[in-house]
Each structure stands twice: as structure tokens, then as C-alpha cells.
Design a protein around this ligand. Structure first.
Ligand code: DOR
Ligand code: ZN
Length: 346
């Protein structure tokens, strides 16, 4: 039997939602993860320091007794965001990043940014104080094919922005392409990229070939196989510019299995087992620790967790509930479609 003991991991991109959904999904993450960067795309979004403080307190009030978990809060960048509020938010220690959603790019992004020029004072402040910008890196122009939206964002938005503000610290969230992998690698110490668990497992055939599978649909949408392979090489490379951000994004089944289904894969429950499986397939189990527990804290200038987690490879496959129950309805747990033998034991 093989065992693997790692510093407790962190999730550098997570959707916890609010209310009944928060209550259902928070334990799924807190069971395995010490900290997470919590996305601000609630309705209404988490825009100000006061919003972030109130959301933080709701999360902590929902955490089951005996569970240790620290939510790292983010602010949702709008064209009305006040640079002084962002500076206070960073100084408070509660807020660790600001999230850029191009308006219309994804779930609850309608309050996002249409014109980057309007948020330059905020971005200049962030560059000065070293507060990271997390980017949903897709253009929303209808003429641009959905499978090209990430590469076009890099060329037309991200690269010009970083040339203009080289001191701005940027996280390319949930990269899905060879172009994203390559751009992150050449960006120096002010650039990093998160990779989700599901983008290491899925290509676009999994979503569309032989029937449409709504629980594999997320944004950015999974791409061709060569992109999935590039993501696997990046995640298992040991390069500290890549780290885990699951983008675990719960939606109730009724909103996924619909004529116009919501984007998001819910992977909090089984992410660590799946990652151990993937890293073993890539003969890189020794690099899992960097990806899930070391590279993220290094970029965010936070200590590595002292608590640990242990996984064991067992002959019997892991079993997970097919769905978790929330007060707003069932949420389907990501099903990789193959057996996984790495059990989280502590
Ligand atoms: O698939 C996604 N789901 N991508 C996002 O960017 C947002 C997320 C959500 O909030 O559901
Ligand atoms: Zn997300």
C-alpha cells in the first residue's frame, strides 16, 4: 500500500455561494483544504470591503464545529470600484485578491468590466500595493469563437495590460489552453496560473461526443485533447507558476440539466483523490505537494500550512455520493468516469 502525506492543501479558486448552498458545499472543501480563495460572484456581487467582511462572517458562521478553514476573500471588480476601498481591503488582511470578470463572460458576471480603462486607477493601486488580480481570462466578443476566447484574451487584454503595468501581480485563473500554459511560463514572478482538476481530466469530446453532458460543462469550456495534455504537463512540471484552483462551482441539477444549462463542475468532494490519480498517471506523485500546497502560498506570500493530509492507495476504488443534498436541491458531484484508488484518510 502506498501512502502520501502532504502539507494540508489550499484551493486558490473556489465558489462557495451563500445561504443553503454554502451550507451544503462548505464542509466538502473544509474537510480537505485549509484555505481557499473565495470567488465574489454572488448576487449581488461582493464588491466592497464591507461586503467581503459580511460574506466572510457568513462563511465562518456556517462552518461546522470542529472544522478548521480560512476563507481568503476577494473583491469583484466593477467599473465603480473605489481604489481607496481596495487599498483598505488589502490593508485589513481579509481580502487577498480582486477578481476581474469581463462583463458577460460567465455566471453572474453582468456587473463585471466592459472597459478596462475605467478600472485603471484600481489596477494602478493594486500594482503599487502588491494585491493580486485574479482574471477570468476570456473575451466576450460574440465574433470570437468560444474555444478561442482564452487565447484572444491573452493577446488583446492581458498582455497589453501587463506591458502597461508590469508591477501588477496577476493570476490567470483556470487556464485551459497551450497558449495559457505558455504565457504563464514566461511571465516572471508577477504572473501565475491556476489549473482546475476537471481540466486535467476532460477534453471537449467528453462534453459533446455521444450525448451532451451538462455536468462537464464549465467556463472556460474544456478544449481539444492537446490542450488537456499541455495542462497536465504544466501541473506536473514542478514549475511554481502553476497551482491548484479547483473552480469547484456548484449549481443545482435543475439549473445544469436544462435547455440553457449553467456552467460549472462541482469537484470539491473528490478533487484530491482525482489529482493523486492524475499525478500518478503522469509519474509525478512527488510533484503533487508543490501543486496543491506550496506554489500557491508562495505566490500569495502566505505560509505553507503546518497541518497535513494523508492519502492512501487502496485496492478498492473510492466511493463518493453521486449528489450532495442542499436546501436548494441536489448538486451532482463530478464523475471522472474511471475508478480512482487514492483515498483521503486524514
Ligand atoms: O464554470 C464556471 N462556473 N466558470 C466560471 O467562471 C464561473 C463558475 C460559476 O460561478 O458557476
Ligand atoms: Zn470560477
Amino acid at each position: 500500500m502506498q501512502t502520501l502525506t502532504l502539507p494540508r492543501p489550499d484551493d486558490w479558486h473556489l465558489h462557495l455561494r451563500d445561504g443553503a448552498m454554502l451550507q451544503a458545499v462548505l464542509p466538502e472543501t473544509a474537510r480537505h483544504f485549509a484555505r481557499a480563495i473565495v470567488m465574489p460572484n454572488l448576487v449581488p456581487p461582493v464588491v466592497t470591503l464591507d461586503d467581503a467582511r459580511a460574506y466572510h462572517d457568513r462563511i465562518m458562521a456556517t462552518l461546522p464545529p470542529g472544522m478548521a478553514f480560512q476563507p481568503l476573500m476577494t473583491l469583484y471588480l466593477t467599473e465603480g470600484t473605489d481604489p481607496a476601498d481596495v487599498e483598505r481591503a488589502a490593508a485589513s488582511g481579509l481580502v487577498k485578491a480582486v477578481k476581474l470578470y469581463p462583463a458577460g463572460a460567465t455566471t453572474n458576471s453582468q456587473s463585471g468590466v466592459r472597459d478596462l480603462a475605467k478600472v485603471m486607477p484600481v489596477l494602478e493601486t493594486m500594482a503599487r500595493i502588491g494585491l493580486p488580480l485574479c482574471t477570468h481570462g476570456e473575451v466576450t466578443t460574440p465574433e470570437v469563437d468560444i474555444f478561442d476566447r482564452e487565447a484572444v484574451f491573452i493577446d488583446t487584454v492581458l498582455d497589453p495590460l501587463r506591458r502597461r503595468l508590469p508591477e501588477l501581480r496577476v493570476v490567470m485563473e483556470h487556464i485551459t489552453t497551450e497558449e495559457g500554459v505558455a504565457y504563464a511560463a514566461q511571465g516572471g514572478e508577477n504572473l501565475a496560473a491556476t489549473i482546475t482538476t476537471h481540466h486535467l481530466i476532460l477534453n471537449r469530446n467528453h462534453i459533446l461526443a455521444g450525448g451532451i453532458r451538462p455536468h462537464y460543462y464549465c467556463l472556460p469550456v474544456a478544449k481539444r485533447e492537446r490542450h488537456r495534455l499541455a495542462l497536465r504537463r504544466a501541473a506536473t512540471s514542478g514549475n511554481p507558476c502553476y497551482f491548484l484552483g479547483t473552480d469547484s462551482a456548484p449549481h443545482v441539477d435543475a439549473l445544469k440539466e436544462a435547455a440553457c444549462g449553467c456552467a460549472g463542475c462541482f469537484t470539491a468532494t473528490n478533487t484530491l483523490s482525482l489529482l493523486a490519480h492524475v499525478f500518478e498517471e503522469e509519474s509525478a506523485l512527488d510533484r503533487l505537494e508543490g501543486f496543491v500546497a506550496r506554489h500557491g502560498p508562495a505566490f500569495y506570500r502566505l505560509p505553507v500550512n503546518t497541518a497535513t493530509i494523508t492519502l492512501e492507495k487502496r485496492p478498492d476504488p473510492c466511493t463518493w455520493p453521486e449528489k450532495i443534498v442542499s436546501g436548494s436541491g441536489p448538486v451532482t458531484v463530478f464523475n471522472p468516469g474511471f475508478p480512482v484508488h487514492w483515498h483521503v484518510v486524514t
